[in-house]
Design a protein around this ligand. Structure first.
Ligand code: ZN
Ligand code: ZN
Length: 299
């Protein structure tokens, strides 16, 4: 999977520090995480297609995460895409999108399938499965984990024959991880005839929150954890008041989740030298990098 950082600042856009948006691509399909103001322009600058977007995940309704959504949606349609689009996030998104369509007197000419979230959920899309979790912010907010799907288990035909499973569609179902029931009533579990599923690359995206240490299993062991680090530890009182995290707290979450790499994002423009955020996080979690607008990461 390839990830492009379209914006890694927080609160308001500044030159060289755009507001949150990340684009994840797998086999020609794209997934957008948040859509801060100017997202469509930054996609054009990075040479990324708008028409390949299958799903947009929006963490919460604050403007730095949502003001770019109308532009992305309109452009996707204007560039000829008629494929349905999923929008996953707070339930208010449906009102927001319908209101701008109505007031801008605009028809997107493709179907939007809203997926309103209410808690920790799992959803499946063509190239990834996605887990969600409520976070601790001033308003309803969700974290996401995206994991590549579709790699099949190694199947052992000799074991299947031994159990008496006839060669055919049942073998395929077991390879996809589904249980089957034989004519004699015997239930066969996939693990009886195949290896465990191969692990796809996994990316967790957690922003605009106090540090959380009670994530569902799906958020653990990510290859890449993108976590906000709005403040330094010496400004933790601001982080607590505004429901954000410090660089040190982000690093502690990375340790807690046993992530492979940590990417710090949503930083405040108050730090002229963002390397100090990096230094602070690395004191706790060494494999940390600082997100930069336009950065590309292979996961
Ligand atoms: Zn924000
Ligand atoms: Zn926010």
């Amino acid at each position: 999977m390839e990830l492009t950082v379209l914006g890694c600042g927080g609160f308001m856009p500044y030159p060289g520090l755009a507001v949150p948006a990340f684009l994840l691509r797998r086999h020609g399909t794209s997934y957008l995480l948040d859509a801060g103001e100017g997202t469509q322009l930054r996609m054009v600058e990075s040479g990324l297609s708008r028409t390949d977007i299958e799903t947009i995940f929006i963490s919460h309704m604050h403007g730095d995460h949502t003001l770019g959504l109308p532009g992305v949606l309109i452009r996707r349609g204007q560039e000829g895409c008629r494929e349905p689009l999923h929008i996953v996030g707070p339930s208010r998104l449906e009102n927001y999108v319908n209101a701008f369509q109505e007031n801008l007197i605009f028809n997107l000419r493709y179907e939007i399938r809203f997926v309103p979230l209410s808690g920790s959920e799992l959803h499946t899309f063509s190239q990834v499965w996605a887990g969600t979790v409520p976070l601790e912010h001033r308003i309803e907010n969700f974290g996401f984990v995206l994991c590549a799907r579709g790699r099949k288990r190694k199947f052992h035909p000799e074991k299947a024959k031994e159990i008496g499973i006839p060669c055919g569609p049942l073998w395929g179902q077991l390879q996809e991880g589904k249980e089957i029931v034989l004519k004699n009533g015997r239930v066969v579990k996939p693990r009886e005839v195949s290896d465990p599923p191969p692990k796809g690359p996994k990316i967790a995206y957690i922003t605009d929150t106090r540090p959380v240490f009670s994530y569902p299993e799906a958020f653990h062991n990510a290859d890449l954890l993108i976590h906000e680090a709005m403040f330094l530890e010496k400004h933790r009182h601001h982080a607590e008041k505004k429901y954000h995290s410090t660089a040190l707290e982000a690093a502690r979450v990375a340790n807690h989740l046993n992530a492979d790499r940590l990417l710090l994002t949503h930083r405040s423009h108050r730090y002229n030298d963002p390397e100090i955020l990096l230094k602070e996080a690395r004191s706790e979690f060494s494999n940390t990098e600082l997100a930069v607008d336009g950065m590309e990461i292979e996961v």
